[in-house]
Design a protein around this ligand. Structure first.
Ligand SMILES: Nc1ncnc2c1ncn2[C@@H]1O[C@H](COP(=O)(O)OP(=O)(O)OP(=O)(O)O)[C@@H](O)[C@H]1O
Length: 265
C-alpha cells in the first residue's frame, strides 16, 4: 500500500506552524454501560492555518464526531479543542455560539440555506446575526469567485444544487473565519458540481489564504486537499501529504483490511 506518513498515536503536531484549530487528547464517549461507544479515543491533531485538510476513515471511525467537537458543535468527554488559541471547553454556551458565528464557517452536505432569503442575504447572514458589518470588498470578491453575481436576488429554490452549495461556500467564508469545516460538501452533488465546489474550497485556501477542514468518504474529493488525516476506531491512524485519489484509495483499503482482520492501526 502507499503508507500513510504518521504512526498511530503520533502527536499530530505541526512543528511550529500555526494551528487554526486543534484537538489534544480528544476523547468522546457516547452512552454508558453496555451501550457505551468511544467515538474518539485520544486524538491529538493540528489543523494548520492556510491549509486544506481532509479527514477520512472507515464508516464509524469518528470523522464527524471529530469535526463536530473541533468546530464547537459538540463537546468532548475529555481533552481539549481549540479554535486558534481559544479553548472551547472553557466557554459557556453564549460565548461558544458567538465564536462559532464569528470565527468558524460551515459547509454541510445539505446546503442549509434559508429558503426565504435571497442569495445575497444568505451569504451575509452570519454577519447580520452577529451585528458585524460585512466587508463589502471581500463579499464582492467572494461573489465573483463563486460565480453568483447574476443570481444575487434569487432564492435558493431557484438555484441548482451546485449553485446552492456555492452560496453556502461563500457564506462560510464571508466573515473571514479562522477555519471553515466542510462535512461531505459534495455528497449531494453530481461529479461536475462537486468538482466546482472542491475547486472553490481549494482556491480559497491557496489564493485567499483560508483554512479548510473537510470530512469526506470520497478519495477524489480528498485529493483536492493538501493533506489527508486518517482515523480508524476513533484514533489518528496516519497522515498523507499531497494526496492523490489512488494513494488515498490504497490507504483506505489497507485500513479496512486491518479493521476486518482485527489488527490495531
Ligand atoms: N449521537 C450519538 N450517539 C451514540 N453513538 C454515536 C452518536 N454519534 C455517533 N455515534 C457513534 O460514534 C462512532 C463514530 O461515529 P461518527 O459519525 O463520528 O463516525 P464517521 O466516521 O463520521 O462515520 P460515517 O463515515 O459512517 O459517517 C460510531 O460508532 C457511531 O455509531
Amino acid at each position: 500500500m502507499t503508507a500513510p506518513t504518521a504512526p498511530a498515536g503520533g502527536t499530530g503536531g505541526t512543528g511550529g506552524t500555526t494551528a487554526a484549530a486543534r484537538v489534544a487528547g480528544a476523547v468522546k464517549v457516547y452512552g454508558s454501560g453496555d451501550t457505551e461507544v468511544r467515538a474518539l479515543d485520544g486524538v491529538t491533531l493540528d489543523f494548520t492555518a492556510g491549509r486544506f485538510t481532509a479527514i477520512m476513515g472507515p464508516s464509524g471511525s469518528g470523522k464527524s464526531t471529530l469535526m463536530h467537537c473541533a468546530a464547537g458543535l459538540d463537546t468532548l468527554t475529555s481533552g481539549e479543542a481549540y479554535i486558534g488559541g481559544t479553548e472551547l471547553g472553557a466557554l459557556g454556551d453564549t460565548r461558544l455560539t458567538l465564536l462559532r458565528r464569528e470565527r468558524v464557517g460551515f459547509v454541510f452536505q445539505a446546503f442549509n440555506l434559508l429558503p426565504t432569503l435571497t442569495v445575497a442575504e444568505n451569504i451575509t447572514l452570519p454577519q447580520d446575526l452577529s451585528g458585524n458589518r460585512p466587508d463589502p470588498e471581500w463579499t464582492d470578491a467572494l461573489i465573483d469567485v463563486v460565480g453568483l453575481r447574476d443570481r444575487l436576488h434569487h432564492r435558493p429554490a431557484e438555484l441548482s444544487g451546485g449553485q446552492q452549495q456555492r452560496v453556502a461556500v461563500a457564506r462560510a467564508f464571508a466573515g473571514r473565519p479562522d477555519v471553515v469545516f466542510a462535512d461531505e460538501p459534495t455528497g449531494n452533488l453530481d461529479s461536475r458540481s462537486g468538482e466546482e465546489v472542491l475547486g472553490l474550497l481549494g482556491g480559497a485556501v491557496r489564493q485567499m489564504d483560508r483554512t479548510v477542514v473537510m470530512v469526506t468518504h470520497d478519495p477524489v474529493a480528498a485529493a483536492h486537499a493538501d493533506e489527508v488525516v486518517f482515523l480508524a476506531d476513533g484514533r489518528l491512524a496516519g497522515r498523507m501529504e499531497a494526496p492523490t485519489a489512488e494513494r488515498v484509495l490504497d490507504a483506505l483499503k489497507e485500513y479496512d483490511r486491518r479493521d476486518r482482520s482485527g489488527v490495531a492501526t
